[in-house]
Design a binder for this molecule. Structure first.
Ligand code: PBG
Ligand code: ZN
Length: 328
C-alpha cells in the first residue's frame, strides 16, 4: 500500500480554478523595455528587412512612437543610433549635437514620463564596426576605449538620459563611466551594464540594422565564450563592484541557465536581452503560419521572467503589449 494521495493534481487544478493560489510567474507590460533604432533625417521610418515590424525612426517620428508605447503601458525605452558617417575612433558617438544626444533632448521636450536608456558603444560609429578603438596591430585598445565610453555616457547624461547602458564588454567600462559621471555631478544617472554578453550568432539582424558588422575578425576577444558559465558570474561580479545599478545577461533564450543562476547569486536588479535573432526567428516561422506568434512570444517572455530576469529588453515589446491590452 502506498501513502501517495490520489487525485492530487485534480484538486490542484480545482484550487487554481478557484483562484486561491495564483500562477507563480505573471508577465507584465511593465517588465518590458522597448529597444528602438534612431536614424538621421526627418519624417522617415526605414523598415529593417531581417526584423519584420521593426524600423529605424527619424527623431520626429520617434517621439510619436514613444507616445504610442506609453499608451500601451511601456515605461522604458533603449535607444540605438544608426549612422552612416563613421570614423576610426567613432567620434560621432560622443558628439554633443549627435543623433542620440539630439534624440534624448527631443524626447525630454515632447514626451513626459518615459525612462530613457541609451546604448553606449562604438560599433555603430567606427569604420571597423568593432566595439572599441584599435591599435596599430588592429587589436582593441581597452584603456583608450573605456575613456571614450565614459565621454559617450557623459554626453548622454548631459542630454538627459536616465540610464546609460554600456554594451562594449571592455574591462573596466562600468568603473570608467561611473567616475566620469560622478566627476561631472551626474550622481543620479544609473548604469545598466551588459555584463554577461556572449559572442553570439543571435545578433545578426541587429548588425544589419545598425550596419555594425565587424569589417574583419569577430567579437570573440571581448565577448564571452558561449560555452562558459562561471566566467559570466565573474563578469557580473566585477560590474557590480565597479558600480553597475542593473546587470544584464544577453542573449536570453539560449542563456536561461545563466539568467537563472545570476538571479540566485546576485541581488542587483537583473535584465535579460531577448535579442534580434530571437525576434526574427519567431517572425519567420509566424509568417509561414507554422506557429501561433503571440502565444509563442508570451511563452518566451514568461520563461525569461520565470528564470529570474527582473527586466526584459525585447523587440517584441510593442506587439505583445498590444496583444495583452486587446486580450485583457
Ligand atoms: C553592440 C550591440 C549589439 C547588440 C546590442 N548592442 C550587437 C553586437 O554586439 O554585435 C545586439 C542586440 C540585438 O541583437 O538585438 N554593442
Ligand atoms: Zn558594440
Amino acid at each position: 500500500m502506498t501513502n501517495f494521495p490520489k487525485n492530487r493534481l485534480r484538486r490542484l487544478r480545482q484550487i487554481h480554478e478557484l483562484n486561491i493560489i495564483n500562477t507563480e510567474t505573471i508577465l507584465s507590460i511593465e517588465d518590458l523595455i522597448a529597444p528602438i533604432f534612431v536614424r538621421p533625417g526627418k519624417n522617415t521610418s526605414t523598415p529593417i528587412k531581417s526584423m519584420p515590424g521593426i524600423y529605424q525612426f527619424s527623431i520626429d517620428i520617434l517621439c510619436e512612437e514613444i507616445e504610442n508605447l506609453k499608451t500601451l503601458g511601456i515605461k522604458a525605452i533603449l535607444l540605438f543610433g544608426t549612422l552612416t558617417e563613421k570614423d576610426s575612433t567613432g567620434s560621432n558617438a560622443s558628439n554633443h549635437n549627435g543623433l542620440i544626444q539630439t534624440a534624448i533632448r527631443a524626447i525630454k521636450q515632447n514626451v513626459s514620463d518615459i525612462a530613457i536608456i541609451t546604448d553606449v558603444c562604438l560599433c555603430s560609429y567606427t569604420t571597423s564596426g568593432h566595439c572599441g578603438v584599435l591599435d596599430a596591430k588592429n587589436f582593441i585598445n581597452n584603456d583608450d576605449t573605456i575613456k571614450i565610453l565614459g565621454e559617450i555616457a557623459l554626453s548622454h547624461a548631459e542630454a538627459g538620459a536616465h540610464v546609460v547602458a554600456p554594451s562594449a564588454m571592455m574591462d573596466g567600462q562600468v568603473g570608467a563611466i561611473r567616475s566620469q559621471l560622478d566627476d561631472n555631478n551626474f550622481h543620479q544617472t544609473c548604469i545598466m551594464s551588459y555584463s554577461a554578453k556572449y559572442a553570439s550568432s543571435f545578433y545578426g539582424p541587429f548588425r544589419e540594422a545598425s550596419s555594425s558588422t565587424p569589417q574583419f575578425g569577430n567579437r570573440e576577444s571581448y565577448q564571452l565564450n558561449i560555452a562558459n558559465k562561471r566566467e559570466a558570474f565573474r563578469e557580473i561580479d566585477a560590474d557590480i563592484k565597479e558600480g553597475a545599478d542593473i546587470v544584464m545577461v544577453k542573449p536570453a533564450l539560449a542563456f536561461l541557465d545563466i539568467i537563472n543562476k545570476s538571479h540566485d547569486l546576485f541581488n542587483t536588479p537583473l535584465a535579460a536581452f531577448n535579442v534580434s535573432g530571437e525576434y526574427s526567428m519567431v517572425h519567420a516561422a509566424a509568417q509561414q503560419g507554422w506557429i501561433d506568434k503571440n502565444k509563442i512570444i508570451l511563452e518566451i517572455l514568461t520563461s525569461i521572467k520565470r528564470s529570474g530576469a527582473n527586466l526584459i529588453i525585447t523587440w517584441h515589446a510593442k506587439e505583445i503589449a498590444e496583444f495583452i491590452q486587446t486580450n485583457k
